[in-house]
Design a protein around this ligand. Structure first.
Ligand code: NAD
Length: 367
């Protein structure tokens, strides 16, 4: 039997360990507490480079398999993100099953903190969807293995300026590849989502003399950012038809899809949102065929995890910023690898991440 067949058979018969086998996950921890209603899954994908780190997401999954699939997919993504960012971190993630508005309580979060603590540092948690920095403070009461705490607790605080800086330098590396120099002066950039990251990105772009178009569902914020940085507001129904050079998705995932790709006229896609390609493989190929340079999201937006990593080392923002500046070179290497190997950029980024894990894994074997 071939390895592929073994994996498929294992998956059909064993939907839990079978899935771990498919992506080579190290460990899954199922957590239950009847008193607080806590039902959580912690997935540790890989700890070759260091402790697994990834946020805790609270979500009202329709069933347990959906939650398991999500946590396995997300934890694996963290392994790749940290590896390619050059961090000594592995990949992990946690999900708490349930409606955060109804179920979240101090007792539930502290019970969850106890489970995190029981792993002795093999998994370090942080904020994700439906979790706030206040929730992290509560989890911290039961475990030291929490990162992304507020500044007044000795934490690294809001990661968005670091993330935005990483997006900006990644965009410059993409510009260098496309136009021969990395200036964004006069380039037309559409920033979708001017929240925490998007707004800081607009600031960098306008300082450099780019022509910035912005879109958001928050009218008040749109007006504030447009006034402050002289950006032009564009409506959602026409933004993908604009004559632009760069599209920067900074709101939601899956905005690079069949519909938008039939309209987008940009030559670079580079933004902060996670999972920008609706279908990674298919849309990664289409983008390449259309001659659009796609800077892979998990390379571009690594500023967030870089920031949290430096919190573990005793936080100094300058160090985090300096590391985030390296996203320029990482993006450049990804693009050159993709060209040399004739593969889409997302695949090149995966390859670089895997190569580092393999090489450092061997180094770690020596005394
Ligand atoms: P945010 O919530 O502060 O901002 C998101 C913005 O997008 C908001 O202003 C919101 O109104 C807008 N938005 C929501 N739906 C929209 C729609 N349909 N059309 C247009 N705008 C819409 O989030 P953020 O921290 O700025 O993060 C932006 C993206 O980057 C997210 O996808 C996030 O997962 C990702 N990301 C953020 C960080 C970080 O450090 N904050 C790190 C890595 C990845």
């Amino acid at each position: 039997m071939e390895v592929k067949d073994i994996k498929e058979t294992a998956l059909a018969q064993n939907p839990v360990i079978g899935q771990m086998l498919q992506y080579n996950h190290e460990q899954i921890v199922f957590c239950n507490d009847n008193d607080t209603g806590l039902k959580a899954i912690i997935a540790i994908h890989n700890t070759i480079l260091g402790p697994s780190l990834g946020g805790t997401r609270m979500w009202n999954y329709s069933n347990e398999m959906e939650a398991l699939n999500d946590v396995l997919r997300l934890s694996r993504g963290m392994t790749y993100k940290s590896s390619v960012a050059g961090l000594n971190l592995g990949g992990g993630k946690a999900v708490i099953i349930g409606d955060a508005k109804k179920l979240k309580s101090e007792a539930l979060l502290r019970r969850f903190g106890k489970f995190v603590n029981s792993l002795g540092g093999k998994y370090i948690t942080a904020e994700d969807v439906a979790m706030s920095s206040r929730d992290m403070e509560i989890i911290r009461m039961e475990t030291e293995f929490v990162s992304g705490l507020p500044e007044n607790m000795g934490g690294s605080g809001d990661p968005s300026p670091v993330t935005a800086y990483g997006v900006y330098v990644s965009m410059k590396a993409s510009a260098k590849e496309t136009w021969g120099n990395d200036s964004l002066n006069g380039k037309k950039v559409l920033v979708q989502g001017i929240g925490n990251v998007g707004m800081h990105l607009v600031e960098h772009l306008s300082k450099e003399g780019a022509k910035v178009y912005i879109n958001d569902i928050n009218e008040e914020r749109l007006k504030m950012v447009a006034d402050k940085f002289k950006a032009e507001i564009v409506p959602a129904n026409t933004m993908f038809d604009l004559d632009i050079d760069i599209y920067a998705p900074c709101a939601l995932g899956a905005t690079v899809n069949d519909e938008t790709l039939s309209r987008l006229k940009c030559v670079i896609i580079c933004g902060a949102a996670n999972n920008q390609l609706a279908e990674e493989k298919r849309h990664g190929e289409i983008v390449r065929e259309k001659g659009i340079l796609y800077a892979p999201d998990f390379v571009v937006n690594a500023g967030g995890i870089i920031n949290v990593y430096y919190e573990l080392e005793g936080y100094v923002r300058e160090r985090a910023m300096k590391h985030a500046e390296g996203i320029y070179n990482t993006t450049w290497n990804v693009i050159q690898t993709a060209k040399a190997e004739n593969i889409p950029t997302y695949a090149a980024a995966n390859r670089l991440a895997e190569k580092r894990i393999e090489q450092i894994g061997k180094v770690k074997l020596s005394f």
